[in-house]
Design a protein around this ligand. Structure first.
Ligand code: ADP
Length: 246
């Protein structure tokens, strides 16, 4: 959004048009900033009472003399955990694009992916193509989070196998994650990237998802000058991240 139309000097129609376009961009930018600020403030405001709630509940859970009360307390604790993860995700979402990408470094995408896959130690995950030329500039923690969100979903929805590929194409580094699960209806392709979208609410809610994972992943991709999309695949879901080679 930060790019502006060059404004020619003088009073001509073109100059007028350029000024109007730039004013609209200014307004849009302020609106986006307000939106971010709102999400950030809301998250901060929510954190404090949640922390208080947790402390009280944990205290109550230490006195297990009343069984019914204890079930309630345990269930309230689960709710608290959930609230906490939603707030943490919202806060992250609000922060990603602000303040530019500080702490950028050169990152070997294949090495980053390899390390994450090894750490997970899941027999579902298989790296079939790991091109060492796929280097990008970025914030390591954010790219690990993006990858983590894709792998969490892939592992959750795959039947038997998740294929992970890192390669380059023209001036782009590409990460492709393909699972062999039920896949995503083409009509829902854009919707899954929206905040709080859950297509299969029972399954994803039960599995502890906040519905913010893909929104966060796409926001991180965009903050790195890249794109994250769902693409066609013979079976299951295929997520493709494209980042400029660094
Ligand atoms: P959640 O926290 O619910 O996983 P996400 O934003 O990560 O939120 O995903 C949004 C929804 O997209 C999920 O609830 C699920 O319905 C769908 N989805 C995401 N990844 C996959 C996948 N690999 N296969 C099938 N459905 C998926």
């Amino acid at each position: 959004l930060s790019r502006r139309v060059p404004e020619p000097c003088g009073e001509g129609e073109i100059a007028e048009l350029a000024r109007t376009a730039n004013q609209t961009l200014d307004r849009l930018e302020r609106a986006v900033e307000r939106q971010r600020q709102f999400a950030s403030d809301a998250s901060h405001e929510l954190r404090t009472p949640i922390a208080g709630l947790r402390a009280n509940l944990e205290d109550a859970a230490m006195h297990p003399d009343d069984t019914d009360l204890n079930d309630t307390v345990r269930s309230a604790l689960r709710d608290t955990d959930r609230l906490e993860s939603i707030v943490t995700d919202l806060l992250l979402l609000a922060r990603i694009g602000t303040g530019g990408l500080t702490a950028q470094e050169e990152i070997d995408l294949a090495a980053l992916v390899g390390a994450e896959v090894r750490q997970r130690g899941s027999s579902l995950l298989s790296c079939t193509r790991m091109d060492p030329d796929a280097t990008v500039r970025g914030v390591r923690m954010q790219l690990v989070r993006l990858l983590g969100n894709l792998l969490d979903n892939a592992e959750r929805y795959a039947d038997e196998r998740v294929e992970i590929e890192v390669f380059t194409e023209e001036s782009q580094a590409i990460l492709r994650v393909t699972d062999d699960g039920a896949g995503i209806d083409p009509r829902d392709r854009e919707r899954v990237f929206e905040r709080f979208t859950r297509l299969d609410s029972a399954r994803s809610r039960g599995a502890g998802g906040t519905g913010l994972g893909l929104a966060i992943a796409r926001e991180i991709a965009q903050a790195h000058g890249g794109v994250l999309d769902l693409e066609d695949s013979a079976r299951g879901a295929r997520f493709v991240l494209r980042l400029p080679l660094g």
